[in-house]
Design a protein around this ligand. Structure first.
Ligand SMILES: C[S@@+](CC[C@H](N)C(=O)[O-])C[C@H]1O[C@@H](n2cnc3c(N)ncnc32)[C@H](O)[C@@H]1O
Length: 416
C-alpha cells in the first residue's frame, strides 16, 4: 500500500500515553508534529533525490574521469560529498534529528520532578525492578550520545531521574515519522507475530529481552505469551525505572526489569526459553557481539530460541549506493558501531557462539502496527523504503522462512 503524496502522518496527540509519559502542551505538540512531518518529507520526497543525484550526475562524472563505476561505498561517499543536493539533504536530515532530540529532551527536562514522582509511585514496593547503580556504563556508549540524544540513555540528574527514558520515548514518534505505531512497538509486534506464526506449538515460559530499554517492544511479546515470565535486561538505570513504571501503569505484572549487561547478566544457565532483542546490537561493539551471543547460548534451554531485529547487514550482493546510504548514521547520527555491524557476518557469529548451522534462520519484516489506529501506510513512509527499492532478492536465505528481501528490518535467530 502506498501513501498519496499529500497524505500527512498521524499527529503526536494520537500516541498512547501512560502515567510517566510527558503530557505535551499545544506548542510542544505542534513542534513534534512539524518534526514528524519533516522526517516523513525527507524520507518520502527528498531521499529518492539522493539516488537521482548519484545516478544522474555523480556516478556518470566519476565514470568519465576514472573509466569505471565507483567500486565501493567510500568512493561513493567522497564523490557525493561535493554534490549540492546531497549536501542539502544530509544537512537537513542532521538538523532535523538534532531538533527532534533537543525538543524531546526539553519536554522531558521541564518535567523532571513530576516524571520522577510518577515513576517512584508506580515502582515503590514492587519486587519486579532490580537496579544495580554500580554497573559500569558500556565504554562504547559512555563515549557518545547515541543518535544525538543529549545525555544518552544514562544521564541521571537526580537519583530518581527518568528523563533520559522520557526523551527516548517522545523522540521515537517524530524520528520514525509515526511509523512505529501508537505505542512505538511496531518492532516487538512484528517479532511476536513471526514467532507465533512460525512456531505455533512453541510456548516459552521464560523470555528475556536483551537491551530492552523501556520495554516498549517487550510488551507485545508479553501479550503473545501471557503466561510467561518476561525479563527486560538493560544497562541503563533511567530507562528501567521508567520502563518498569510504564509497564505497571499499563497493567503488566509479569514483566521484570533488571539492570545488567546482556553479555554477563546473572541468570541461571539453561533457564530461558526465548531471547529477543530489538535494535540492540548496532549500538554495541565487536566484543559485546561475541560475548553476548555466547552468553545467550548458555542461558537458553535446549529447544529454546533467540530472535534479533536489526538493521539489515551487508552481503556480497549489496550495491555500493545502498551501502553508502545505510552507513550515513555513522557519520552524522552518532552511531559509531553501525557500519561495523553491517559488515559483521552475524550468521557466522551465531555459529561461533555455539548454535548449530541447521538451526539458524532469518527473515525480513516491516513494522506491525495496531489495526485501526494509524493508517497502514504509516509504517512504510521512511527512507529505508527508498534505499532498498531495487535491492530485489539478496539471495541471502538461511532457511525456509524466507530470508531477507529488502524489507525495513532484518530478523535473524537460532534454535538451540
Ligand atoms: C536502541 S536502544 C533499543 C532499546 C529497546 N530494545 C527498544 O526497542 O526500544 C539500545 C539499548 O541497548 C542498551 N544497551 C547497550 N549496550 C548494552 C549491554 N551491553 N547490555 C545491556 N543493554 C545494553 C542501551 O541502554 C539501550 O537501551
Amino acid at each position: 500500500m502506498t501513501a498519496s503524496p499529500g497524505t500527512l502522518p498521524p499527529t503526536f496527540d494520537r500516541a498512547d500515553g501512560h502515567a510517566v509519559f510527558p503530557k505535551t502542551d499545544h506548542d510542544e505538540t505542534a513542534r513534534l508534529n512539524h518534526l514528524t512531518n519533516l522526517n516523513v518529507h525527507i524520507g518520502r520526497t527528498l531521499s529518492p533525490g539522493v539516488r537521482t543525484a548519484y545516478e544522474g550526475r555523480v556516478k556518470p562524472a566519476y565514470e568519465k574521469e576514472h573509466g569505471h563505476a565507483p567500486e565501493n561505498e567510500t568512493v561513493v561517499r567522497k564523490a557525493m560529498l561535493h554534490d549540492a543536493y546531497y549536501q542539502q539533504w544530509a544537512a537537513l536530515r542532521r538538523n532535523t534529528q538534532e531538533a527532534t532530540q533537543q525538543t524531546s529532551r526539553e519536554i522531558a527536562l521541564t518535567r523532571l520532578d513530576p516524571l520522577s514522582d510518577a515513576a517512584k509511585d508506580l515502582n515503590e514496593g514492587r519486587n519486579t525492578l532490580s537496579l544495580d547503580p554500580d554497573l559500569p556504563i558500556p565504554n562504547y556508549q559512555a563515549k557518545v550520545d547515541n543518535h544525538l540524544m543529549p545525555g544518552s540513555y544514562y544521564e541521571s540528574i537526580t537519583g530518581e531521574d527518568v528523563t533520559a527514558a522520557a526523551t527516548y520515548e517522545v523522540s521515537l514518534f517524530p524520528i520514525g515519522g509515526a511509523s512505529f505505531g501508537a505505542k512505538g512497538d511496531g518492532g516487538g509486534r512484528a517479532m511476536a507475530n513471526f514467532i507465533r506464526d512460525q512456531n505455533p506449538s512453541f510456548k516459552p515460559k521464560r523470555i528475556v529481552d536483551m537491551g530492552g530499554g523501556i520495554g516498549g517492544n517487550t510488551l507485545p511479546i508479553a501479550d503473545a505469551y501471557p503466561d510467561a515470565e518476561l525479563i527486560v535486561v538493560d544497562a541503563a538505570g533511567p530507562l528501567l525505572r521508567y520502563g518498569h513504571a510504564r509497564a505497571q501503569d499499563m497493567g503488566y505484572s509479569n514483566v521484570r526489569f533488571i539492570q545488567g549487561a546482556a553479555e554477563t547478566v546473572d541468570l541461571e544457565p539453561g533457564s530461558v526459553d526465548l531471547i529477543v532483542s530489538v535494535m540492540f546490537w548496532h549500538e554495541t561493539s565487536t566484543p559485546t557481539v561475541r560475548d553476548g551471543l555466547r552468553h545467550m547460548h548458555d542461558l537458553l534451554a535446549p529447544g529454546g530460541m533467540m530472535l534479533h531485529l536489526e538493521q539489515p547487514n551487508f552481503d556480497a550482493n549489496t550495491p555500493v549506493f545502498e551501502r553508502f546510504m545505510r552507513d550515513w548514521d555513522a557519520y552524522y547520527n552518532n552511531e559509531p558501531f553501525w557500519p561495523k555491524l553491517h559488515r559483521t557476518d552475524m550468521v557466522q557469529a551465531m555459529a561461533d557462539a555455539g548454535f548449530a548451522q541447521d538451526n539458524l534462520f532469518d527473515a525480513g519484516t516491516e513494522a506491525d502496527i495496531e489495526p485501526g489506529r494509524f493508517q497502514p501506510w504509516s509504517t512504510i513512509v521512511t527512507r529505508h523504503r527508498h534505499e532498498t527499492k531495487d535491492l530485489g532478492d539478496t539471495g541471502r536465505k538461511l532457511s525456509v522462512l524466507g530470508g531477507y528481501k529488502g524489507e525495513r528490518w532484518w530478523m535473524f535467530g537460532a534454535r538451540k
